[in-house]
Design a binder for this molecule. Structure first.
Ligand SMILES: [Mg+2]
Length: 289
């Protein structure tokens, strides 16, 4: 549940809230979407795009860019929000979300959208692609990093674990994986479909440097987690497991059950945006407790 705390929002808090606002505006255009995930993942996106990564919004295919792979293509609404906030996509395109001819289809596709590095939809493909990209960058002497963003449901996929082995075998120090641990997938809770824990120990046993953070962490502290992932001397790939809160930042969406694909009434989209705006007007940041 969101609770106000009395301090001026930081740069990263403001970026995270803007990402949430863009995502809600897109959701309102179509009246639906994976908005619970977008709100829950916004802090990670804000830190990735506004602290951790070297990005080139005006030249999205620059060789020097860090790559951000959206393996969970259904998180596109959140990723577009980050790309809009970062300047890859004009804000006006929010109004086109999910429509024919839009550059913002409901699942992420690299041929449509500037800054989208892979086409998603089928799950469990991001990490194998990330391993290939990280190998290729190293072979070319390119110091850029690959960030692979994925869901906990993708940990049910064998391809993910094959890639985990390969990344460690090849000692890919330029690969950082971000997993959204929300214990939710399309059919049920992840823990009911396939037991995954203890995840930290499993990834460490696969040869990865592993950190686990959660949504109660402020974005500034989360930036420190990202720094550690990138700069810690460790002879292999790096993992950040992030226990997120679906719907974060909008109290009535945080509280909603069965939130994999949220049903949001027409009036609630504006109510959600109003809740974010009210925080801005108060001049205080919220944090979930
Ligand atoms: Mg999930």
């Amino acid at each position: 549940m969101a609770q106000p705390k009395s301090k001026k929002p930081s740069y990263l808090e403001t970026r995270a809230r803007n990402i949430r606002r863009h995502a809600l505006r897109m959701g309102a255009v179509q009246g639906q979407g994976y908005i619970g995930q977008a709100l829950g993942w916004a802090d990670v996106l804000a830190v990735a795009y506004f602290h951790a990564m070297s990005t080139t919004p005006k030249d999205p295919e620059s060789e020097s860019r860090d790559r951000f792979l959206l393996s969970h293509g259904h998180y596109a609404i959140g990723h577009y929000a980050a790309l809009i906030e970062a300047g890859f996509i004009p804000e006006e395109e929010i109004e086109t979300y999910g429509s024919d001819e839009s550059r913002l289809p409901m699942s992420g596709m690299c041929s449509y959208t500037p800054g989208m590095e892979m086409s998603g939809g089928s799950l469990g493909l991001g990490l194998p692609i990330a391993v290939g990209m990280a190998l290729a960058l190293r072979a070319k002497g390119n110091p850029a990093f690959v960030y692979n963003s994925m869901s906990d449901g993708e940990l049910d996929e064998g391809s993910t674990w094959e890639a985990a082995l390969g990344a460690a075998h090849h000692k890919l120090t330029n690969l950082i994986c971000l997993v959204d641990i929300n214990n939710q997938q399309a059919d049920d809770k992840c823990s009911s479909v396939m037991a995954l824990e203890p995840l930290k120990e499993k990834w460490a046993a696969f040869g990865w440097h592993v950190q686990r953070a959660n949504h109660r962490l402020g974005v500034e502290e989360l930036a420190g987690v990202f720094d550690k992932a990138r700069f810690t001397p460790f002879p292999g790939p790096r993992m950040i497991l992030f226990d997120s809160l679906m719907g974060k930042g909008v109290s009535f969406l945080e509280a909603r059950e069965n939130n994999h694909f949220l049903r949001v009434d027409e009036s609630e989209w504006q109510r959600a945006i109003d809740e974010l705006d009210a925080v801005d007007k108060r001049g205080s940041a919220w944090t979930s407790q």
